[in-house]
Ligand binder design. Structure first.
Ligand SMILES: NC(=O)c1ccc[n+]([C@@H]2O[C@H](COP(=O)([O-])OP(=O)(O)OC[C@H]3O[C@@H](n4cnc5c(N)ncnc54)[C@H](O)[C@@H]3O)[C@@H](O)[C@H]2O)c1
Length: 272
C-alpha cells in the first residue's frame, strides 16, 4: 500500500475470529487503528486504541465513531440465533453505527455482510452484484437489512460502503462447501486496501471469496476497484478429500449456497 489513506480507522467486532486474524495486518491501512468490541481486546499496540462498546447503546456507538475517518464493521451476531439476539446486534447495532457515521461525517465503511443473504440460491447458479437477496435465516435477513441501510445512507448522505458478502473467512476450509466460499485473511486485507484507496467506491456488493477453483459468484462489476485475490482453496482439496467424506449430493450442504444454514429452525430466545 502506498500512502496511508486513513488517519483513524475504527474496527468493530475486533475481538471476533476475523478481527483477531487480521489485527496485526491492519497497521499499514491507517495511522491509528481504533479497535472496538464488547468482548476482551487485550493490550493496545502503539498504533492502536481500544474502545469498549455495546452496539445497541446509541451514545456509546456515537463516542466510538467520533474522530474516525473510516470504519470496518465486523461487529454483530455472526451466525443464526433467536430473533432478539439478531435484531439487537445486527439491526439496532447497524442503525446506530450508520447514524453515528452520518453525524461524524465518516466517508467510507466496510460492511461485513454474508453469503447467508443469498443462501437459498442453488450452488449451480452463478450470482452477481445484482442478484436479489434470498436469505437462509434470520441472520441472513438481518444482513440484507444492513445492505439496504448502507444503500440508503449512500443515496441520501453519500456515505460509501463496500457491502462484502463474506463467504468463509477462516484459516482454511473445513468442508467441501468452503472450497467455493473460502476467503483468505490476506485477501480480505487487500480488499480493505483497495476499497479505502479507490478514488470512487460507491456502494457495491462484493463477494468476499479468494481466487478459488470452484466459483459461485461473479465480481466483475467491481473490477474498477482493482482487487485481485491471490490465494486459492484448491491447495486444501486433497487434504479435505482425505479427511472427510463428500456429503451426499442431495444434502443441504451440497445443494444450497448457504449450506446447513438452510436447515436451521427459527430459534426461540433462551430464558435467562
Ligand atoms: N467468519 C466468516 O466466515 C464470516 C462469513 C460471513 C460473514 N461474516 C461476518 O463478519 C463479521 C465478523 O465475523 P467473525 O467470524 O469474526 O464473527 P465473531 O462472532 O467471531 O465476531 C463478532 C464480534 O462481534 C462482537 N459483537 C456481537 N454483537 C455485539 C454487540 N451487540 N455489541 C458489540 N460487539 C458485538 C462479538 O463480541 C464478537 O467479538 C460478522 O459480522 C459476521 O456476520 C463472517
Amino acid at each position: 500500500m502506498g500512502q496511508k489513506r486513513l488517519k483513524k480507522m475504527l474496527v468493530t467486532g475486533a475481538a471476533g475470529g476475523i478481527g483477531r486474524a487480521i489485527r496485526t495486518k491492519l497497521a499499514p491501512l491507517a495511522d491509528i487503528v481504533r479497535l472496538s468490541d464488547r468482548a476482551g481486546l487485550g493490550q493496545a499496540a502503539p498504533h492502536e486504541e481500544i474502545v469498549y462498546c455495546e452496539l445497541t447503546e446509541k451514545d456509546s456507538v456515537d463516542n466510538m465513531v467520533a474522530g474516525c475517518d473510516g470504519i470496518v464493521h465486523l461487529g454483530g451476531q455472526s451466525v443464526e440465533a433467536d430473533w432478539e439476539t439478531v435484531r439487537d446486534s445486527n439491526i439496532e447495532g447497524m442503525y446506530n453505527l450508520y447514524e453515528a457515521a452520518r453525524k461524524h461525517k465518516v466517508g467510507r465503511i466496510f460492511f461485513a455482510s454474508s453469503n447467508h443473504v443469498i443462501g437459498y440460491y442453488p450452488q449451480s447458479q452463478l450470482l452477481d452484484a445484482q442478484t436479489p437477496p434470498r436469505p437462509d435465516g434470520l441472520y441472513g435477513v438481518s444482513k440484507a437489512f444492513g445492505e439496504a441501510l448502507a444503500s440508503l445512507y449512500h443515496d441520501k448522505f453519500g456515505i460509501e460502503t463496500a457491502i462484502v458478502r463474506i463467504g468463509s473467512c477462516f484459516p482454511e476450509p473445513v468442508d467441501h462447501r468452503m472450497l467455493a466460499t473460502w476467503l483468505a485473511d490476506d485477501d480480505l486485507i487487500s480488499l480493505l486496501e483497495c476499497m479505502f484507496e479507490a478514488s470512487r467506491l460507491g456502494c457495491p456488493v462484493i463477494y468476499g471469496m479468494s481466487d478459488n477453483d470452484v466459483v459461485w459468484w461473479d465480481n466483475s462489476q467491481v473490477a474498477y476497484l482493482g482487487w485481485k485475490p491471490k490465494h486459492s482453496s484448491a491447495i486444501f482439496k486433497e487434504m479435505l478429500d482425505a479427511k472427510i467424506e463428500r456429503p451426499h449430493k442431495d444434502a443441504a450442504v451440497s445443494v444450497y449456497q448457504g449450506g446447513v444454514f438452510t436447515e436451521h429452525p427459527i430459534m426461540e430466545k433462551k430464558p435467562n
